[in-house]
Design a binder for this molecule. Sequence first.
Ligand code: PLP
Length: 446
Amino acid sequence: MIDVQAAIAANPALGRVARAEETVWINPLYLPVEMTDGLCQLVVPDAAIDDAEARLARFASFIRRRFPETEPTGGLIESPLEDIPRMQQALEREYHCTIPGRLMLKMDSHLAIAGSVKARGGIYEVLKHAEDLAVAAGKLSLTDDYARLDSEEMRAFFRQYTVQVGSTGNLGISIGIMSAALGFRVKVHMSAEAKQWKKDLLRSHGVEVLEYSGDYSKAVAEGRANSEQDPMSYFVDDEKSVDLFLGYAVAARRLKKQLDDRGIVVDAEHPLIVYLPTGVGGAPGGITYGLKRLFKNNVHCFLVEPTQCPSVLLGMATRQYEKANVRDFGLSGKTHADGLACASPSSFVTRVLGNLVSGDFTVADANLYNYLRLLDSSEGKRIEPSSCAAFAGPRGLLTLPGSRDYCAAHDLTEQVLNNSVQIAWATGGRLVPAEIWDQYLATVLD
Ligand SMILES: *Cc1c(COP(=O)(O)O)cnc(C)c1O
């Protein structure tokens, strides 16, 4: 059991978190990467990220053939990086804040196939599982053209196997669509927060959707138990999967190329500051890890979680990891940010990120819709409410005392910040149906 009062006494930021205020927690265990290098190489070596990148390249010909929308990227699932200067000005005007540097949007909200950041980790893990099975059965070799996986014979082979996952929605969509495309049977165990349109979309792909009244941890536990009973079933475990993490980590190399193509240099004088909406921690964890390996001390990664559901923050701050639950701090875990509604965090990510993440901003649900409208009106871009959490970062960085002190402590002077690139990582949106956008745009909370 966590001693909440002692935790709050030791760190006043946790008092604000427990009162569900919008705030920032700065990671007291953040270290220069030189001091984490040995451990990182041991736990998730750079070679494992190379291997994940190579695997995605092997599957590109299959993906391109099966999902023609990926034709422009040659079968790679990658999203645009865009300047959003009008949003930057709109945020400054609306919230009387200063946002230095160049504000950009990494649009994983518009990733092909799954329409969310889950297209990275979720799809990667399904591909890896398919490759492992097919190679072991002598039906595929690593040097083959993987386009041949798009055949009746291979679909019949994969049809013997089941893939299962617990999901608040988007992970189920990425796993469900790719598993079904390969031929697997798929079961997605959905938590109570999952939106109806996400369940409908999955069923339209032939996915079996099981619904539970409990929260996300319950859906994961049910899925895990169900899968363990079936030797032909594989469970994608969002609370501890290293393969998911690797799929996400590849994002960093892709981002570097996009920055290079624009002539954007990242160094001590021109740092990168990244804000990632966070649920159980897998997606932002893998991306942060990849970014820190590449850009070292010149990238500063902040997570963002709902004020009622900051589970990764609490898992790291209390060092109770997956044992932390937002309800221990008197928070409900309920949030309109369905993709971030995980009351307990990933065991793997809260440990791996312990010295790498700079901090964690919290965001009130009402602001998710305010940011959603502001991005729509200023830039004509639409991203789902969970995704909009990212904007709490650039808004808060120089407004909240905690992050201001972080900047001062890490040589992020006014001049350096003016030369920085700040990236709001948009994590979902493309598959939202038109009538749901109307609802989102009209939602005004207290
Ligand atoms: C899943 C999700 C996240 C966060 O990913 P985790 O791995 O749960 O931390 C963020 N935004 C959206 C839209 C998501 O679906």
